[in-house]
Ligand binder design. Structure first.
Ligand code: CUA
Length: 366
């Protein structure tokens, strides 16, 4: 077989140019949920200031150097019949000048950079601690003071400083929420830390930033910033059935409300919980997940996320799916179809009855 080499003619390039332009411009359309250029907290703002300082100096250097270059090209351009230009070798004055100028520019950049490195290493007194543990492929968040364990969604209070301590339970990961702080690697035997304070309410996405296996690209997380009062309420809810509070034991309410409608609602809820709990045990979920009301309620360090409040989370499977009943059912039916390689393996396929019982049960765990 022979191949004929076809050089890309100007026609061909021209036909590709509009497409290239569209592709380039599409990158400018936003929104930019993970842009470090839109800082949302004090740490990220300080880093952004250093970045912008550097960019401004670089722009000045670029304009001066390129300007001088273009001027020289134009001014000293060759003309037909020109004699050989004068040849020079070495010029001590010029060499000293072009060594001193970059050194001075570097000094101008170094001062704010080093100052920011020190400022971002000072953890504010009274900061709330959150331990971040990387797993293949999800994030665990533990709040030692509040005695809470949750997964994939770090909830914090606006205006209150947070210190994040990061480690991994398996391979190396890196925790990164671009709008709050620089990325930090997750090591097995030591903590890496950073802190941030933010006044921006809402949910902000983060991404694992160290290649950690087949689902590295789908190891997302959220930082959810609530007003302080709402945050305190969230803490109180999450403490009920937390493995760090009374080993997850929750008092079971065996009373029957006097009001018939309330009594029926409670009976229905109890039946959902009972059916779901049976499916949770029989389906093998209990092998990897801590769950209030089951024998694993008080355990930490299991292979999968704590599910005692899974119904209150925004997303499923480390940010891949919105937490809706339909998506939860899809996930339970075939987790490997959604997240191939995930450690979520079902010992046997769940029946449709089990899936619907589990969906109701898990959604009831708000
Ligand atoms: Cu975890 Cu990449």
């Amino acid at each position: 077989m022979t191949f004929r080499k076809v050089p890309p003619g100007p026609r061909r390039l021209q036909s590709w140019l509009p497409l290239l332009a569209v592709a380039l411009l599409a990158a400018c359309s936003g929104p930019f949920p993970q842009s470090t250029l839109i800082p949302k907290g004090d740490f990220a703002t300080m880093v952004d200031e250093v970045f912008m300082t550097t960019v401004k100096w670089a722009a000045v250097v670029f304009i001066l150097v390129e300007g001088a270059l273009l001027y020289a090209i134009w001014k000293f351009r060759g003309r037909p019949g020109d004699a050989e230009p004068e040849q020079t070798h070495g010029n001590a004055v010029v060499e000293v000048v072009w060594t001193i100028i970059p050194a001075a520019i570097l000094a101008f950049i170094a001062v704010p950079t080093v100052r920011t490195i020190f400022r971002t290493s000072e953890i504010p007194a009274g900061a709330m601690e959150v331990e971040v543990i990387g797993h293949q492929w999800w994030w665990e968040f533990r709040y030692p003071e509040q005695k809470i364990v949750t997964a994939n969604e770090m909830v914090v209070a606006a205006g209150r400083p947070v210190v994040v301590k990061i480690r991994t339970a398996d391979v190396l990961h890196a925790y990164w929420v671009p709008q709050f702080a620089a990325k930090r690697d997750a090591f097995p035997q030591k903590y890496t830390t950073f802190y941030f304070t933010t006044d921006s309410l809402g949910a902000f996405t983060g991404q694992c930033a160290e290649f950690c296996g087949v689902q590295h690209g789908r190891m997302g997380s959220l930082v959810i910033v609530k007003p302080p009062a709402e945050f305190d309420q969230w803490v109180a809810t999450q403490q009920v059935g937390s493995p760090l509070v009374d080993r997850g034991v929750v008092a079971v309410d065996t009373t029957t409300p006097a009001d018939p409608a309330a009594a029926q609602a409670k009976a229905e809820r109890d039946s959902v919980i009972a059916r779901g709990q049976r499916a949770f045990m029989a389906g093998g979920c209990i092998g990897c997940h801590a769950m209030a009301g089951t024998p694993t309620a008080g355990l930490t360090g299991l292979a999968g996320p704590n599910l005692s409040h899974v119904g209150s989370r925004m997303r499923l499977a480390a940010g891949i799916l919105t937490n809706t009943p339909e998506n939860l059912a899809l996930w339970l039916k075939d987790p490997q179809a959604i997240k191939q390689g995930s450690l979520m393996h079902l010992p046997r396929p769940l029946t449709d009855d089990e899936i619907s019982a589990l969906v109701a049960y898990l959604r009831a765990h708000q």
